[in-house]
Design a protein around this ligand. Structure first.
Ligand code: GDP
Ligand code: MG
Length: 332
């Protein structure tokens, strides 16, 4: 039974019109095929979003070297000869302070409800230190045990482990921590081990017809993904705590069929005037750079030229107000 990652599949852009719940277009059931949902969970920055992108073969979830880049659950669909897996990428689980952080942790732990299996992503310990479980991982495993959800452990970033035999005690350490269905060393960045990981997950899923139509890669709209790509540039360009005080809202989206392009107006929301000045940069250089890079990413996503007009707005203390975070799209 083959369940290699199907790299031949042509990525199809998502559209606003298609409904995630619409199963009417789903491919016919084929005997022996599985279909189910898998939540990707773990501490911040272990590579959950990179892994999702690697598995589905398209950039759906934004990635940065900073923790807590991902704020919402994002669905990414893998289709292969063995069936279909609907992955749910989640924000990292950490001790949360403030309304936005609490929303993010609730998003992650809430994703456990109703999934068929979970993928816990961890990193190898630093140098030769013994495996030690973090409280966030303990919290995730406890919630999964309560829900009765089977768990596969992915030890990510093995490309950073020079001495491969040192992975054996790491695997053994994790084996002693919990009763995982499988333990798989992977490199989400390089793709190694990822096909085997998908194979292990397929074993945990029920047989059945696909949940999503074969050309659906995500439940997210182009608008959402475009806003995320702008937010990614903020995480990559701004230093220290500032990215955490930013949100991106799409104000206007104009398709120009005659020119085959799209004009997008977006606001970058910050908490204070001083932050606004930093995002603008001296003579507007910072926002210009952010715009140039985001525009390239959005054009790739949409597969047609995008023109971005970025604005910076101040919403005082928005990250600590439940009403404000909801207004900026962080609600359910
Ligand atoms: P998340 O917070 O768990 O979603 O993590 P991200 O996917 O945003 O990745 C966090 C950082 O780890 C980014 O800088 C990634 O490029 C990096 N990263 C992710 N996977 C790997 C990997 O397999 N190897 C290495 N060396 N770095 C990785
Ligand atoms: Mg992430």
């Amino acid at each position: 039974m083959g369940s290699e990652i199907d790299e031949g599949t042509e990525p199809v852009p998502t559209t606003d019109e298609r409904s995630a719940a619409d199963r009417s277009n789903a491919a016919e059931t084929v005997a022996g095929m599985v279909a189910g949902t898998v939540a990707i969970l773990g501490r911040p920055n272990v590579g959950k979003s990179t892994l999702l992108n690697q598995i589905v073969g398209q950039k759906l979830a934004i990635v940065s070297p900073k923790p807590q880049t991902t704020r919402n659950r994002i669905v990414g669909v893998w289709n292969g000869p063995a069936g279909q897996i609907v992955f749910v990428d989640t924000p990292g689980v950490h001790s949360a302070r403030g309304a936005l952080n609490r929303f993010m942790v609730d998003e992650a732990l809430g994703a456990i409800e109703g999934v068929d299996a979970a993928l816990l992503v961890v990193e190898p310990p630093q140098s030769s230190a013994a495996v030690k479980i973090a409280s966030a991982e303990r919290q995730i495993l406890d919630a999964l045990r309560t829900a009765g959800t089977p768990v596969v452990l992915a030890i990510n970033k093995v490309d950073t482990v020079k001495d491969k035999p040192s992975l054996f005690p790491i695997l053994k350490g994790w084996e002693e921590i919990s009763n995982f269905s499988a333990l798989v060393p992977v490199s989400a960045r390089k793709g190694s081990g990822v096909a085997g990981l998908v194979k292990e997950l397929c074993k945990l899923l029920p047989p059945g017809p696909p949940l999503y139509a074969a050309d659906m890669l995500t439940d997210r709209t182009e608008r959402f993904l475009a806003a995320e790509l702008i937010r990614e540039q903020l995480f990559l360009s701004l230093r220290q705590e500032l990215p955490y005080a930013t949100a991106v809202v799409i104000d206007n989206w104009e398709e120009r069929p005659d020119k085959n392009d799209v004009v997008i107006d977006a606001s970058i929301v910050v908490e204070r005037d001083s932050q606004k000045s930093i995002v603008l940069g001296k003579g507007g250089t910072m926002i210009k750079d952010i715009g140039t890079r985001a525009r390239a990413e959005v054009s790739t996503l949409l597969d047609r030229p995008a023109h971005l007009r970025l604005f910076v707005k101040v919403a005082p203390e928005w990250t600590s107000s439940p009403q404000s975070i909801a207004r900026l799209g962080y609600d359910r």
